[in-house]
Design a protein around this ligand. Structure first.
Ligand SMILES: NC(=O)c1ccc[n+]([C@@H]2O[C@H](COP(=O)([O-])OP(=O)(O)OC[C@H]3O[C@@H](n4cnc5c(N)ncnc54)[C@H](OP(=O)(O)O)[C@@H]3O)[C@@H](O)[C@H]2O)c1
Length: 479
């Protein structure tokens, strides 16, 4: 017998609960389930008036409450919990039913789960969901993977509950088969790490070099948010910087321990980039910067390390410097996104996902943490040239970087000479210079490798693979 709920959500912590409410507010009847039954009843007691919910206490009742083909969203702790929930529900499902995993799963786990469930005739849709607690309720950016067929049945519902970009387009698209959705969500989070680190470096320069207070820097960020840097992260940065701690009267940012935490998606982005051979230095530096911040023991033990102390600028110089920091931040941001999109392109090729990069940029315009006006530009760049090898190959972005690079270099050099750590500014600038260099020292690296390991090399002037007899008379042999 078929139930009446068009969708079910199991896992009713902050994300699942808000996603269930979002479906209900959009007119869907939602079946509810949670391992700890009390959470299910709490949701109905608190928010039952928002729509049609069917509270269930067992897996069997939950499955029975769903209309067929069943659509069942899992929003539990990623990892073993997801496998446990699948093991509980899969035996109760039938051919054509759809399991949607909205947790932050590793895409390789999603590929495995999709393969196993496909053998049972069940569609498994690994889905990236971004926007945090508020996004889940008000409209997140949604990145579903899985089969085309599953998107046919699920897509219209996801489009309804998703965020809408300024032009009204829903922030959801079918990303590609099996793990594609979770891969793109992982990279989204990696870019988010880089974005946050770059903003952090800009803040520190404005504080330590320009000598501005957190409240003044908040105003600077508010101004930037009206221009090309317009984004959710810049907006909330201004909010955080202007917040004053109630108990001490000090800027909030001065009473928070400066040790950043991470949950893992940024680290995965870097690990996978290494496997794919994609240079994502901005994301890597962001992950490392959080790691350095957390090494309280090292930082404490390093109190004897000397270096320049940042000399504060005068008022006129400070205002001009702030403008330069804006240029540096924008140029570095373009590079960070260039690297992130390169990783998605490489993943798409490796796993045969055929991901539309312009579409990815367009569904990040609303709902998600890295939502930004600038993403429209990325969409246009890929629409104009779907096979764009790199965002930096786009004429518009190249021209903007060209215009910003004088200030970008000045700011990065200032940070170095004044001893302010700006690893992501420096890494993005080095990446840019690596791409534009006529010759890289990689030729010397190849020589060294051939010297100690007979690893061979290629020549610039003729085809073939060569080795020099370094220990002998140094003649060159073709191998
Ligand atoms: N928080 C965010 O901003 C955010 C954003 C995007 C994606 N996500 C992802 O969304 C998912 C849910 O996140 P969350 O923060 O709402 O919750 P969470 O703290 O990651 O997980 C708690 C939920 O998982 C259930 N659970 C844990 N172990 C279980 C098991 N062995 N069997 C069955 N259920 C189990 C819990 O049930 P009980 O109530 O019984 O303990 C509870 O419903 C996660 O994968 C997370 O990574 C989170």
């Amino acid at each position: 017998m078929s139930g009446t709920a068009q969708i079910g959500v199991t896992g009713l912590a902050v994300m699942g609960r808000n996603l269930a409410r979002n479906f209900a507010r959009n007119g869907y009847t939602v079946a509810l389930h949670n391992r700890t039954v009390a959470r299910t009843h709490e949701l109905v007691e608190e928010f039952g008036g928002e729509g049609h919910f069917i509270a269930t206490e067992s897996a069997r009742d939950f499955v029975a409450a769903l209309e067929r083909p069943r659509r069942l969203v899992i929003m539990v702790k990623a990892g073993e919990a997801t496998d446990a929930v699948i093991a509980e529900f899969a035996p109760l499902l039938e051919t054509g039913d759809v399991i949607i995993d909205g947790g932050n799963a590793h895409f390789e786990d999603t590929r495995r789960r999709e393969r196993e469930l496909r053998e049972q005739g069940i569609h498994f849709v690994g889905t990236g969901i971004s926007g945090g607690e508020e996004g889940a309720l008000e409209g997140p950016s949604i990145m579903p993977g899985g089969s085309e067929e599953s998107y046919d049945s699920l897509g219209p519902m996801l489009e309804k509950i998703s965020a809408k970009a300024e032009d009204g387009a829903p922030c959801v698209t079918h990303i590609g088969p099996d793990g594609a959705g979770h891969f793109v969500k992982m990279t989204h989070n990696g870019i988010e790490y880089a974005d946050m680190q770059l903003i952090g470096e800009a803040y520190q320069l404005l504080r330590d070099v320009a000598g501005y207070s957190p409240a003044q820097i908040a105003d600077i960020f508010r101004t930037w948010n009206t221009g090309r840097l317009d984004s959710y992260l810049i907006e909330i940065t201004a909010e955080v910087l202007s917040h004053v701690d109630a108990s001490t009267g000090k800027p909030f940012v001065d009473v928070v321990l400066d040790q950043a935490e991470q949950k893992g998606t940024g680290r995965w982005t870097v690990q996978i980039a290494l496997d794919l051979g994609v240079p994502v230095s901005a994301i890597a530096e962001a992950v490392f910067a959080r790691s350095v911040s957390g090494h309280a023991d090292l930082r404490d033990a390093s109190r004897h390390l000397t270096g320049p102390t940042a000399r504060r600028l005068g008022a006129d110089e400070a205002a001009a410097f702030a403008d330069q920091v804006e240029q540096a931040l924008y140029a570095s941001k373009i590079v960070a996104y260039t690297q992130g999109f390169h990783e998605i392109a490489a993943g798409s090729e490796r796993y045969d996902w055929n991901i539309d990069l312009g579409k990815v940029a367009s569904i990040w315009r609303g709902g998600c943490i890295i939502r930004a006006a600038f993403l429209d530009r990325i969409t246009s760049a890929y629409e104009a040239r779907p096979r764009l090898p790199s965002l930096l190959a786009d004429k518009g972005f190249a021209e903007e970087i060209a215009a910003a690079q004088g200030d970008w270099r000045t700011v990065t050099a200032t940070a170095v000479t004044r001893g302010v750590p700006t690893p992501a500014f420096a890494a993005t600038l080095a990446y840019y210079d690596s791409l534009r260099a006529d010759r890289l020292p990689a030729a010397l690296t190849q020589g060294q490798r051939d010297y100690f390991g007979a690893h061979t090399y290629h020549r610039t002037d003729r085809e073939g693979t060569f080795h020099t007899l370094w220990g002998g008379d140094r003649t060159e042999v073709e191998s």
